[in-house]
Write a protein that binds this ligand. Structure first.
Ligand code: SF4
Length: 317
């Protein structure tokens, strides 16, 4: 699946690098100074690269764990996010990553130990309060788990930090590493869900909604805490019926007592990313609707946004 590996010289002997290289014995290996030399140059073709992305193995020096943007959270006062990876194996048409990055190659930061140290420090700084850490902001948390071993490596840490919670956000069915261990009490495995027909139309390469629910059922059976993320809500004629069907499909299998939280979010993109994505996919219906640009964000008209949020919330309740 990976035909080219770019490897930063400074981590070529890192045990995680060596393990990943062994997994792709026939991949072309190209050594570089810093990953940005490959990832950041302008005028790369995201769409072409997405057909066969390379894997870049790198070290993250700083800004590893960052405060979450305002409004991002599920109930705690202190919210941070971190990304062990940039980019995603799936190809959701609404994904902001394609507007944000020049390249579709995957970057994996192999120095997990430094991330863990930063997380521990932040948790200790607010020892008397709950701190939430979010993974899956610049990637899908679990989609490349067999290669990255990310969840496997981070779970033991969250077992030892009494005030720290981790949300793994995903659309993936790669839950084997979680099923191998007892559930971690302060870990939420949160799945993003969209009605079937919308998922088929715009969440390219992602597992079907049914398969995501199957993965959730396996985790539920083992006692993992789950999250439901209906985000972004996508409009189409008859959306109420589609979302009603989705909620019924989910709650036919998922018990409310397995849930930590359910959240909804409207479709929105920073204006700059939106314009780039609309240029990249000129025939994409998603970008051709009646959208508004307000305070630097592209979104549905405010009345439609509110109507969607309200009716979906009512149906869920
Ligand atoms: S699963 Fe998430 S990160 Fe991956 S392409 Fe879709 S929206 Fe982007």
């Amino acid at each position: 699946m990976i035909e080219t590996l770019y490897i930063e010289e400074n981590i070529r002997r890192h045990p995680r690098t060596e393990k990943i290289c062994k997994r792709f014995p026939t991949a072309r290996k190209i050594f570089c100074g810093r990953y940005g030399e490959v990832f950041n140059p302008k005028a790369q073709n995201f769409r072409l690269q997405k057909q066969k992305p390379a894997l870049i193995l790198a070290e993250k020096y700083n800004n590893r764990v960052l405060p979450a943007p305002p409004g991002y959270g599920i109930g705690a006062q202190h919210n941070y996010y971190f990304s062990h990876m940039l980019n995603c194996v799936y190809d959701c048409r609404y994904c902001f990553l394609q507007g944000m990055y020049q390249s579709a190659h995957y970057v994996l930061f192999v120095n997990y130990e430094d991330f863990k140290e930063d997380i521990s420090q932040l948790a200790r700084q607010s020892a008397l309060q709950t701190v939430h850490f979010f993974s899956g902001y610049d990637c899908d948390s679990l989609a490349l788990e067999p290669v990255t071993g990310f969840a496997e490596a981070f779970m033991p840490l969250f077992d030892t930090l009494p005030n720290a919670w981790l949300e793994l956000r995903s659309k993936s069915t790669q839950v084997r590493s979680l099923l191998k261990i007892p559930p971690v009490p302060r870990c939420i495995v949160a799945f993003s869900l969209t009605p079937n027909s919308i998922a088929q139309a715009i969440e390219y390469k992602a597992p079907s909604v049914n398969k995501r629910i199957e993965a959730m059922v396996k985790l539920q059976q083992q006692g993992w805490t789950l999250g439901l993320r209906f985000d972004p809500l996508i409009y189409q004629t008859g959306y109420r019926q589609l979302y009603q069907q989705l909620f019924e499909q989910v709650f036919a299998r998922i018990r409310p007592d397995s849930l930590h939280s359910v959240s909804l979010g409207v479709f929105r993109l920073p204006e700059k990313y939106f314009k780039k994505m609309a240029r990249m996919y000129p025939q994409e219906k998603l970008f051709a609707g009646s959208l508004q640009i307000k305070q630097g964000m592209a979104s549905y008209q405010t009345t439609l946004e509110q109507e969607m949020l309200q009716s979906c919330s009512e149906m869920l309740l």
